[in-house]
Design a protein around this ligand. Sequence first.
Ligand code: MSP
Length: 521
Amino acid sequence: MSEPFYVTTPIYYVNDRPHIGHLYTTTVADVIARHRRQAGRDVFFLTGTDEHAAKVADAAAQQGLTPIAWADRNAEIFRATFARYGISNDDFIRTSQPRHKQHVQRRVAQLVETGDVYLGEYEGWYDAGEEEYVPDARAEEHGFKSPISGRELVRKKENNYFFRLSAFADELLRLLEAEPGRVQPDARRNEVIARIREGLNDVPLSRTGTGDWGIEMPGDPAHRVYVWIDALFSYLSPVDGDERRRYWPASLHLIGKEILWFHAVIWPALLLALRRVPGNEWIGLPRQVYAHSFWISEGRKMSKSLGNFIDLERLEAIVARYGLDALRFYLVGQGPMGVSDADFAAARFDDLYHAELANKLGNLVSRTLHMNAKFADGRVPEPGPPGEPERLLVAAAEAACRAVDEHMERFQVGRALEAALELAGAANRYLDEREPWKAAKDPARTATVPTTLYHCCETLRLVAHLLVPFLPATAGEIFARLGLAGAERPAVPTRFGGLASGLATRKGEALFPRVEPPGAG
Ligand code: MSP
């Protein structure tokens, strides 16, 4: 069996409906999962919903529904949305599922037994929107306002179970310094290290007074497991069984930057504590956490009141206009992987759609297949001896294959996509140089035509191969037009020259038809 690769997205709160941010993280994780599958890895790709937050119960109450009725409805919207957007997740975890609740209770009971969880009193600055305490120093630094939403923090005192996070500071620091790849990008890891150095407080692991919504604290039904602890275990609960244990530790937790602390500090500390329990030796630490930045929209922070919020309706309108793969192209190519936020701008979307998809990729597909119909009877021709332009094209193809893999290794999905499309650009330039439409009428050059068309068809196959993780439907369509079946794993090698001569090719409609700009027509 090939090496396992386990990638996760955050599990999303069901108090609200999915929007571009949720779709973004999930799409990038999908690209990574598809790329690893294509390389033959044994992939497990998980997404899901986080249901026990107090704000979920509040939203339900406002709708006059029970929390579980509201959670069922919204979890289904998330699940169906991801299916609709072609996300290839292997499972969908809901924290209200029995498999998850039982897991959390068992693991928390183990932490009580080791003494890493204890009953105590806590007073601190509470961020109600994020459902977390903000350490005193940080609260002061932000003027006692939420560092995330800017809303007033409240002073709160609770009798809670606590997790002994303070005991893990040294070990966490050692790990982060010895293995910088664990938390990426570097700038984010450095922020985490600096905060750990300021000192770690123990953190609440339970809550009271939130009704009965949530997972009961084992042995103390007056308490519910704090929603963030509950949520973090959603990465482990689906693989905590003989069938799937091979996937742990997770290869990659892909998240947004606002929830890095939970993933880079609290989660590994919980696992370090659990690991000490006999029988838990297999519970290693996730290999990598990658925290991307945020989408803003038309130059400003997304907000419902500004009217620039990209919700499901807006996303659907984009898909109706440009197609699903075009949306993936923009999200993955222009999105906020790395430390800068990214702007979703309708005009830029339109420009890039036409430049990269219609004029570069779409045009290459249509030129190649039309000429192949006209000058090679719609069959992949037999190539003659290569000249200098062919050698350059082959070198460009090999460089593109390497570049895509290298960028993907570092989760530079935008650059990887760019490198794949750049190969289509190289093939267009090659065609312009060889001019088969003229060469076909010039007796001195007619012999070059089959060679030229073969090289275009073969480059197209490789472009499609490289695009499988990014634009799966488009890649599948290109394979089909080249007479190849099976988008995910072409049966032919990825080396240049793998395409068999004689396959029947098909012209088809424009893959990316021109679209009137938004606002026009
Ligand atoms: N339920 C917690 C996560 C628990 S994980 C164990 C949560 N949920 S959430 O519904 O608020 O989703 C947050 C995530 O959605 C972010 O971490 C990020 O992945 C994604 N995004 C939400 N808004 C975003 C943008 N504006 N831009 C990009 N992604 C963002 O937090």
